[in-house]
Design a protein around this ligand. Structure first.
Ligand SMILES: [Zn+2]
Length: 271
């Protein structure tokens, strides 16, 4: 059983050996590393500095140390509380795959796991974690998943397309959306910028019934240079640092950071 859909004609994709095929004969080869590339216009994607290889490697190294596991556990805890058997779960904007991999470890092998990111580099890295997750290079504006076939969408720190969320979720499905509040990693902003501007989160609220929404805050102490630098490199801020500020990086030995998030559970089809 698979929830995969052809990104061109939206018909089911059927696996035949090392290829996925739809009834209209659109073909997609499975890469050597085990992922499937369902991105139709790869050249049109705009590159975000957070997707660079350097940033992805830093992100993986940082997340592997468990610093952000409290965030992961908020998400998996909600899923466990509302679980039924054999769920289809999509990690949207999965990056280098840490959260999808850990979520599967926690929630168990009885579910089907999909993880999608627009960055081929990121998905290529992610395949190292687990071959039983369907890793997809794809576009969140054209999710290659059948209509109303997902139980859960996890969307951590990623921009979502409301139409695609509603289309792919089952009538009793939900999305857990994790977004940054204004004090998230505020210490890094102070380290890098002369002035810190407050950003409103208005643009990320989704037009769906809200099941639950709460702020999640936590202080984290990073007590070594390597991990602190990795955290900096996985944020876009690092790539905006001005020359005259670079010296702060040379002496960075530790970092106390604030995690400040909003966790919102949306159920698009709830009556
Ligand atoms: Zn097709």
């Amino acid at each position: 059983m698979s929830e995969l859909a052809c990104p061109k004609c939206h018909q089911p994709l059927i696996r035949a050996g090392r290829t996925y095929k739809c009834e209209n004969n659109h073909n997609y080869d499975i890469a050597k590393r085990g992922y499937i590339n369902l991105l139709l216009n790869p050249d049109k994607r705009h590159n975000n500095p957070g997707d660079s290889k350097e940033s992805l490697i830093a992100r993986k190294a940082y997340l592997d140390k468990g610093y952000y596991d409290p965030i992961l556990h908020e998400v998996t805890h909600y899923i466990q509380e509302h679980a039924h058997k054999e769920m289809a779960i999509l990690d949207l904007g999965c990056g280098e795959g840490y959260y999808a991999f850990k979520a599967k470890q926690i929630l168990g092998d009885q579910n089907r796991y999909y993880a999608l990111d627009i960055s081929k580099e990121a998905i290529n890295m992610a395949t190292r974690y687990d071959q039983d997750i369907t890793w997809i290079v794809g576009n969140s504006k054209n999710i290659p998943i059948l209509d109303h076939s997902l139980d859960i969408i996890m969307a951590l720190f990623t921009v979502v397309n409301a139409n695609e969320i509603a289309r792919t979720l089952k009538k009793d499905g939900y999305m857990i959306h994790v977004t940054a509040n204004k004090n998230h990693l505020i210490e890094i902003k102070h380290l890098i910028y002369d002035e810190v501007h407050e950003k409103s989160d208005e643009f990320i609220r989704q037009p769906f019934p809200v099941i639950e929404s709460y702020d999640f805050t936590k202080k984290v102490n990073i007590n070594n240079r390597e991990d602190a630098l990795n955290l900096l490199k996985m944020t876009p801020h690092y790539y905006h640092i001005k020359k005259e500020r670079r010296s702060v990086l040379d002496t960075l030995e530790a970092l106390d950071i604030t995690i400040d998030l909003r966790i919102t559970v949306y159920a698009p089809w709830k009556q």
